[in-house]
Ligand binder design. Structure first.
Ligand SMILES: O=C[C@H](O)COP(=O)(O)O
Length: 258
């Protein structure tokens, strides 16, 4: 049976139709299928026809998200790419503000994206994503994302990691600062999403932080390898089981351990 209101939404990122079919086998355990192309970057954009094929391949009640890329500070270019993603069937549109160095640049890009997406499909959700390791790539401070998202009319603020070299979300933004990010998003009426080589052992702090969405690829791939490994349905199921265990422990006020 499909989950109705999971405490935290699980977003899984396949890179192909074949991997999306493996996600479909685990559809009861995940909430959002997030199409990306990891060989084009952390939030690399896949082809429109891949988004369309994935939309057609997975259960109709599972929303499709698509990443628009690790985008430059080029509002027109990014708005067109975002329109391409929503026309192709995605209802979550994720934008990685890689080339934006200031909040004003991020707002300019995201306002253009929000207009392009919502003019086409008003109920689609726009996600403004920053990078926990922004200091390594010179982009906007991750804690600026909730304000950028709110001021541009986006629906969610997200953090991921830009450099996929084994370092993880909490290596760059510790749990107490992630908690501040989530509070800041919620105070602005936004969803908060956290990702970045997240593992099952991160689920206890992530649950406590109160994030709405956890984004994962590597942890549900064979051998934990987001590049060479493929998404495994049994690893998706195991990840969900641990999310649920942590959610129950949190609700009961009892630490679940790892
Ligand atoms: O949106 C989520 C990302 O796909 C996370 O990928 P990762 O868990 O391999 O860092």
């Amino acid at each position: 049976m499909r989950r109705k209101e999971p405490r935290v939404l699980l977003l899984i990122s396949p890179d192909s139709v074949e991997e999306a079919l493996d996600c479909a086998k685990a559809a009861e355990h995940l909430d959002i299928v997030d199409v990306k192309k990891p060989d084009e970057g952390s939030l690399g954009a896949n082809f429109p026809w891949v988004i369309r094929e994935i939309r057609d391949a997975i259960p109709a009640d599972t929303p499709v998200s698509a990443t628009v890329g690790d985008v430059p500070y080029k509002p027109g270019t990014v708005a067109q790419a975002a329109l391409g993603a929503v026309v192709s069937g995605a209802t979550y549109i994720k934008v990685g503000l890689y080339g934006c160095t200031t909040p004003d640049q991020g707002i300019e890009v995201m306002r253009a994206v929000v207009r392009a997406v919502k003019d086409h499909r008003s109920e689609a959700l726009v996600v403004a994503s920053g990078y926990a390791d922004a200091h390594r790539v010179g982009c906007v401070n991750p804690l600026a994302l909730p304000d950028i998202a709110a001021r541009s009319g986006a629906d969610a603020a997200m953090l991921d990691t830009a450099v996929k070299d084994g370092s993880r979300l909490f290596d760059h933004v510790p749990p107490d600062v992630c908690a501040e990010f989530v509070r800041s998003a919620h105070a602005r009426g936004l969803l908060a999403a956290l990702a970045g080589s997240v593992r099952q052992s991160d689920l206890a702090p992530l649950t406590g932080i109160g994030t709405d969405i956890v984004g994962v690829r590597g942890a549900v791939c064979e051998g934990g390898d987001r590049n060479a490994g493929r998404i495994q349905p049994h690893l998706v199921a195991a990840f969900r089981t641990e999310m649920d265990r942590q959610a129950r422990a949190h609700a009961a006020g009892v630490p679940a351990g790892n």
